[in-house]
Design a protein around this ligand. Structure first.
Ligand code: C5P
Length: 299
């Protein structure tokens, strides 16, 4: 086999409840992930050394040095296998960079799946999940896809039952936001307002809406504790969210740490209409109609 192609979806958090800051700098979460069909493509090609090339949507914003998560993933997998392997990774971006949709995590997950195949390692998914958790909090979910409840820092996953498809529009902003910075702003806001937070709790009404495939009920239950922080760092997002609500979205939320905004709608037609109106109102650089759940797959 001289090359393997893997497609990995983006995610939105339909519930993101953030507990107090832990001693290790992370926060305990109740994090309900939902993968949506905006895919990055990772091609792993036989090669002597380790290298990465990135093309597509805002590719120039992705680092190509050792901070690149896909390269880190390939290296961690080779180390796990106890061998020196080479690969050239070619990533075609569609997921917004630093957009709160786990684009970097998707690329790392894609590299793990692709290199496992290319190198003929045949490692089971559980081994890849363990390597994934060391690479970043969202990488295990990117490997898994679908819809899942994440606890701990988001890496301990249980699948969540859903029915049918949920239709979404993602309003992509200009530029990204640093996840670490948004969490720090969340802590700062809580401190400044004297807000004491307890242990995050699973929203049972949200799980019931997912299970029933009830978009209207899900729209009413969407929550993101990072949203006030993202809005503080990027004031223009309030207008984007309002524009979506005003155009009949069933739910409007910042995606993860932002700045992408997610809008839940009832069907595909409404998704296309809403995407067109968000673009014409000038509240997003681009608006992408899509659906979830989606799963990573070898193409
Ligand atoms: O795990 P990952 O490298 O993706 O996390 C990026 C940053 O986001 C962390 O350094 C931390 O500041 C913040 N984070 C957090 N609590 C989590 C997950 C991430 O504070 N559960």
């Amino acid at each position: 086999m001289s090359s393997v192609t893997v497609r990995v979806p983006a995610k939105v958090n339909v519930q993101l409840s953030v507990g107090p800051l832990r001693d290790d700098g992370y926060h305990d979460l109740v994090n309900v992930f939902h993968a949506v069909s905006i895919f990055d493509e990772v091609v792993a090609k036989e090669s002597e050394g380790l290298s990465v090339k990135v093309v597509g949507e805002s590719a120039e914003l992705v680092p190509l040095d050792d901070s690149n998560l896909a390269i880190q993933a390939a290296r961690a997998l080779a180390k796990h296998a106890g061998r020196t392997y080479g690969v050239e990774l070619v990533i075609t971006k569609a997921i917004p960079v630093a957009g709160g949709m786990a684009g970097g995590s998707a690329d790392a997950a894609g590299a793990l799946i692709a290199c496992n195949e290319l190198w003929g390692l045949g490692l089971p998914r559980e081994d890849l999940m363990e390597i994934a958790a060391d690479l970043g909090s969202d990488v295990p979910f990117s490997l898994m896809g679908g819809t899942a409840l994440g606890t701990g820092r988001g890496e301990q996953l249980t699948p969540v039952e859903t029915a049918g498809r949920f239709h979404w529009v993602f309003a992509v902003a200009d530029g990204g936001l640093s996840t670490a910075r948004v969490y720090a702003e969340c802590d700062r806001l809580r401190e400044a307002t004297g807000t004491r937070v307890g242990w995050p709790q699973v929203n049972e009404a949200l799980l019931a809406a997912l299970k029933a495939g009830d978009a209207r009920a899900l729209g009413a239950e969407l929550t993101n504790d990072l949203q006030p922080a993202a809005l503080m760092l990027r004031r223009s997002l309030a207008r984007t969210l309002d524009a979506g609500r005003g155009s009949g979205a069933l739910g409007a939320i910042v995606s993860g740490s932002g700045p992408t905004c997610a809008f839940l709608v009832g069907d595909e037609e409404h998704a296309h209409d809403l995407a067109a109106s968000l673009t014409s109102l000038g509240v997003a650089r681009t608006a992408v109609p899509t659906y979830g759940p989606a799963v990573p797959h070898i193409a």
